[in-house]
Design a protein around this ligand. Structure first.
Ligand code: ADP
Ligand code: MG
Length: 310
């Protein structure tokens, strides 16, 4: 393969084998009525099997667009996305249906959207399993097991109108888990709930992650939720911009504390987005000075420009 002059070879493109979720320069453009909205602008993301990650970002930053693509409800305009090895850009309609039924589970923010109102919690959980080969007894056993594990066995015979918002969301999680998906996606699942109920729902998501090993990506506005997960990914203007990784450290007295480290996303072309708060405070604009050190790179305000001004 010939390369244009001056082309610097980039790091190799990721493939579907690199993680449970792999997004490579994902683009989604909404067009209509003469206006174009670039909801995703070359988003890169890698989530390993078994991870529980939170996705945060301002309204309109592209969170729901990303989640909908990963859920198989929408397709990318450009770039690539894989979930559990399935290429979301090239699936046929039939493959997409099977994907939605058995690879991925989805929980909406609106509690009323997740469950069928005229069915009990148990019937809701049984519904996605109706096409399965396993027998009725086994399906019912699994439905009750899921309701029990998520702490809502008492709601098995209730319709959603007789359940609290938190109980409905936990029943929605049980329904999403019915066909043993590899990935659970939740778009602000606690957005309509008060904080103690939100905690119950988040605990149910954690249970699904630890007990069933389901990989999980949760969009949340709730700092109480994002502070409890190991990895929080921030999205800004349709791209992943920074991450917070938390790890528990135990001191010599046996006290465990959670430490957080902030990271900026580095893309394959070597681009880093500096957090706006930092660049604003240091009045960094247009260009910054780099100083290479043996173990780090220093980023400085443009002093030449400052001197020119003086
Ligand atoms: P978030 O979930 O982070 O609030 P969204 O993914 O919903 O953000 O939206 C990202 C951008 O795309 C916003 O500017 C939004 O207005 C736009 N958008 C979302 N859905 C559509 C659509 N169906 N048609 C046109 N624009 C859309
Ligand atoms: Mg949204």
């Amino acid at each position: 393969m010939t390369q244009p002059a001056g082309h610097i070879p980039e790091e190799q493109a990721p493939t579907g084998a690199d993680g449970m979720i792999v997004c490579d320069r994902l683009v989604r453009i909404y067009s209509g009525e003469g206006i174009e909205v670039q909801a995703l602008q070359g988003l890169d993301l890698l989530i390993a099997e078994g991870e529980l990650a939170a996705l945060i970002g301002a309204a309109g930053s592209g969170k729901s667009t990303l989640i909908n693509i990963l859920a198989g409800l929408d397709t990318p305009t450009a770039g690539a996305a894989w979930v559990a090895g399935h290429n979301l850009g090239t699936m046929t309609a039939q493959e997409r249906l099977a994907y939605r039924r058995s690879v991925v589970g989805f929980i909406w923010q609106q509690t009323s959207r997740n469950l069928l109102p005229y069915m009990t919690a148990r019937q809701n959980v049984l519904l996605p399993m109706r096409l399965n080969v396993v027998g009725r007894r086994e399906r019912r056993r699994r439905a009750d097991f899921l309701l029990n594990t998520l702490g809502i066995a008492h709601c098995a015979d209730r319709t959603p109108d007789r359940m609290s918002g938190g109980e409905q969301q936990r029943a929605a999680i049980a329904t999403a888990l019915a066909n043993e998906p590899k990935l659970l996606l939740a778009d602000e699942p606690t957005g309509e709930l008060d904080s103690s109920t939100a905690q119950d729902v988040f605990s149910a998501l954690q249970t699904a992650n630890t007990e069933f090993g389901v990989t999980m990506l949760v969009v949340t506005h709730d700092p109480a939720v994002s502070s409890q997960v190991r990895r929080t990914i921030a999205i800004r203007d349709g791209k992943t911009s920074s991450e917070t990784i938390r790890h528990a450290a135990t001191d010599e007295r046996g006290n465990t504390t959670l430490h957080a480290r902030e990271y900026a996303t580095l893309d394959r072309a070597g681009r880093v987005q500096l957090p706006r708060e930092m660049t604003r405070r240091l009045r960094m604009r247009k260009r910054v000075e780099l100083q290479e050190e043996p173990d780090h790179i220093g980023v400085w305000p443009d002093q030449a420009a400052d001197q020119d001004r003086e």
